[in-house]
Design a protein. Sequence first.
Length: 493
Amino acid sequence: DEDLPQTCSWTSIEKDPSLKEMIYDVGDGPKPFQAYVEPPLESFYKGDPPSKTRVVPKFNGLAGKFVNMSNKNLNFYWESAVGGAVHLMRHYKPFSTGGTGTFPGHRFFFSPDNDPDTRVKEFVVGEYPQNYYVYDPYFVEGDPVQTEKNLKANLNKKERKQYDKWRKTLLFNEQYLNFTGRSYLANYLDDGPRKAPSHFMWPADYFGQEHWVVTKETHFDRLPPSDDLDPILITGTKRVLKDGDPRILQEYRVKDEPYMNMTLKVLSVIPRVFEIQNFLSPTEIDHILDLAGGIELHESTTGDVGTDRGSDRTKGLERKTKTRTSKNSWVPREKSPIIDAIYRRAADLTRIDEALLRSRDKDEHPEVPTKRKVCEELQLVHYGPEQEYTAHHDFGHTHIDDNLAGARFATILFYLNEGMEGGHTSFPRYVNGESFHELAVKPEAGKAVLFYSQLPDGNMDDFSQHAAKPIIEGEKWLINLWIWDPVKDTEDE
Ligand SMILES: O=C(O)CCC(=O)C(=O)O
Ligand SMILES: [Fe+2]
């Protein structure tokens, strides 16, 4: 298109400069892997760095990855203190894993799901980067012969395969940790480590760095009549807008502005966090809040706590999660043309084809391994006084047999209001040379925040841990969009 000589400030880099070749061996001979190695702190500052050494953050949380390397069904508990109250966190299938944000000194244990009085393994969480907590009843330290005997006696062929993949994951983790200083929070798959993200990732080289990207999805500045905001019914290729095509409801958008510029400003290098001012227009915000009036908001839950699979005895120990006290609801892209435009703009912002953010026809992106979307529906969230979402990671953990290993890759938060007291989005572990306090992002109406939960090498980013701080006064409205890599784990329709 002639109006758009260049669509973004990014000039092609062959590979992310933070990727370094590491040679590893998990028993099949030496192999190369492009591993993410954190750049030196001095490079995080455009001018003179305030310090050459990292500040140790006040917040000492970390991602705990708990692994069931047995063929037993287990229940996983948190024990609030030695001999204190225990809380059922979740059920673990054979050879499965799960994660939770945790702190040094936290206590967890596994029990067989048919024998809740027995603790087969207890864990006390250590300091970062001690992220792994493994139950392996077959392994005998320093005795490979006995270990092999135990495995032969207890596991069938299929189980042995699953076990061996976990062994490789742990071996890979040791070498990755040694090379990068970080744990490998993904799994080692059938043909090697989890693949590097298939989506584009904006670089974040230093605080205050700016990128820009152009979008034809310009702002709505007048609300179309409600009939024009009916749900979108067309599907697949018919949704594609060619360069010459007008945008949907163009007449209600800012006049004589064929495209608009979005500026991403780097708020944090590790994790990669960007803010984008004026992503949403006041009209768009009105429309979303209007939808919110007609949408029933539900009490939020997280994937971490609560299961209906507990035994009778453990049922009484389940509790509603206290980590997330807000109310939420899902808004599909097809809800209205304005919501659709927000998805298209988000696609331009992340430089992901909009087709990946909806159901696709057969011939759209045949290279993508499944027809699943790469995002969830928008989530509309409301926090009232005292409500919060305590520190957590947005990524999840996949089963060892899931060879695609789809996980949340990027999060975009869109703030719908401002002026509340509290309610910041906090990144308590952002790496810097000045402050041991969190990076606190203030909600401002129309502002978007983009951050990545994964690293350029396909590992999960433990430092992406974040929280919604409690509201002290007022309320907070936001929508968030979760983008997955390479695709979502299940279809959400
Ligand atoms: O409300 C916020 O600021 C953050 C929300 C969040 O982290 C989430 O919904 O996953
Ligand atoms: Fe989150």
